[in-house]
Design a protein around this ligand. Structure first.
Ligand code: SF4
Length: 453
């Protein structure tokens, strides 16, 4: 097989999806085209995830399936975080891999493919140079991933925070920001493609520009973005690290209509002793004050966070503190993860003493408490008119009645809720909807057809 086609499987987070898209752009520039059917592609690439155990297992499973099905003239390349971290072990576990490229050097994909095509050897080719950090995106590549009329735009990669449970700094190295001009150029491209929503992503968006010598870099970037892409309706900030949400950032968010009153601050816990063990900011006064400032500046703010339960040393008392905290703050959205033991991280020495059953019970408990809060918050929205970004259509089960599915500003793609709207509304556009019903995570609405409706 020598048909210059590739089949790429992207696993893991939105940042990985952006890298996969960037690799695809590089290959296309090099004359390759995508092939949906893995059996027909010359090059098979899996952009793996190595963050926590279930994600690693999924990556191994996808690689294994492709390796088993692979024809003798096909090439299988393992890319991404798993290979950056475990290189030769991945090859040992999955015989049949021809090439290995780490996440720090995804931009070298064409060199790896071309070398493999030239000289296929029984030994896999390793492309894991001693780069300390993720390389910058090459020119000509748009660092984004488009889904309908929404896009993720990567502003930085890597992380310089010391969180004890996290393997990301080990995998990706310290934070590397993309130059502001490059981000604006990509945003321009997205605007020219009719994109309605840009979601800014990085491991830690609030750290944007630190390595470029910028002070309050995210606030400056947002200000520039609003000027550069006035036709993009929604700009959303994801992954803001606690402690770094400045007054200037809040002011920029509150004074620009394009920037959504939505923020995702992964707090991970609320008991200071656990936060200290996690090596995370443990000043809960800052959290309360910042939430208050954000809500004062943007009364319609949608606040999202995530927590880890079952971290080593999390006593019943510490868990109760967390439960009281979520009941007190009343977040709009909460994600809960069970602690996953990661060899090689700073928390390794603490082991994994909390039994799995206790972790899942705590997760359940937290989610149940949050479900009540989410429902109450959603019920307040009934009767309001909201802009909904329509993402698709469907039919009601058991009938031919058409419905549209979309999101309000309160819903980030893939992680938050949906709005189910009666009738067929234009896909990829913002439509005004009157909310008529509320569920725990989702809303129900009808299109606004006249100013009185
Ligand atoms: S902020 Fe902490 S949890 Fe997030 S990527 Fe960085 S080290 Fe990991």
């Amino acid at each position: 097989m020598n048909n210059k086609t590739f089949h790429l499987v992207s696993l893991g987070c939105a940042k990985n999806t952006v890298d996969s898209n960037s690799m695809a752009q590089l290959l296309q520039q090099d004359g390759y085209s995508t092939e949906e059917d893995p059996a027909k592609a010359e090059v098979l690439i899996v952009n793996t995830c190595g963050f926590i155990d279930p994600a690693r297992e999924e990556s191994y499973a996808v690689l294994r399936d492709l390796a088993l099905e692979k024809g003798k003239n096909q090439l299988l390349i393992a890319a991404g975080c798993l290979t950056q971290r475990y290189g030769a072990d991945v090859v040992k576990r999955i015989p049949g891999i021809d090439g290995v490229i780490g996440t720090r050097r995804w931009m070298d994909i064409c060199q790896v493919v071309s070398q493999l095509r030239k000289e296929k050897s029984p030994q896999p080719l390793y492309h894991l140079p001693d780069a300390e950090v993720v390389g910058r995106s090459p020119q000509g590549i748009v660092g984004s991933h488009i889904q309908g009329s929404s896009a993720y735009l990567k502003i930085a990669d890597g992380c310089r925070r010391p969180c004890a449970f996290c393997a990301i700094p080990m995998i990706k190295g310290t934070a590397v920001s993309r130059p502001i001009e490059k981000i604006l150029q990509d945003a321009h491209y997205l605007q020219s493609q009719g994109i309605r929503e840009i979601n800014l992503i990085a491991q830690d968006t609030t750290d944007y520009g630190h390595d470029l010598g910028l002070n309050d870099g995210l606030a400056s970037l947002l200000t520039e973005l609003t000027k550069a892409v006035p036709d993009v309706d929604w700009i959303r900030i994801l992954y803001a690290y606690p402690g770094y949400i400045t007054d200037q950032l809040i002011e920029v968010m509150a004074t620009h209509d394009q920037i959504l009153p939505y923020i995702d601050i992964p707090l991970q816990h609320a008991a200071p002793e656990i936060l200290r063990k996690m090596r995370r900011p443990a000043n809960m006064d800052w959290v309360y004050q910042t939430v208050e400032k954000l809500r004062r500046a943007m009364p319609e703010l949608a606040l999202r966070t995530t927590f880890i339960v079952g971290y080593p040393g999390e006593s019943e008392k510490a868990f109760a503190t967390l439960l009281d905290f979520i009941k007190g703050v009343r977040f709009d959205r909460v994600g809960v993860f069970e602690f996953s033991f990661e060899p090689g991280t700073t928390s390794e020495a603490l082991g994994d003493p909390i039994p799995a059953a206790v972790k899942s019970e705590r997760k359940e408990h937290l989610m149940l408490a949050q479900q009540g809060i989410s429902l109450e918050i959603n019920q307040v929205l009934v009767g309001q008119r909201m802009d909904v970004l329509i993402e698709g259509q469907g039919t009601v089960a058991g009938s031919t009645e058409v419905i549209s599915l979309g999101r309000t500003y309160r819903d980030a793609p893939e992680i938050d809720g949906m709005v189910i709207v009666e009738g067929e509304l234009p896909e990829g556009e913002l439509s005004q909807v009157r909310i008529t019903g509320a569920m725990t995570y989702d809303l129900i609405g009808v299109p606004v057809t006249s100013p009185e409706s």
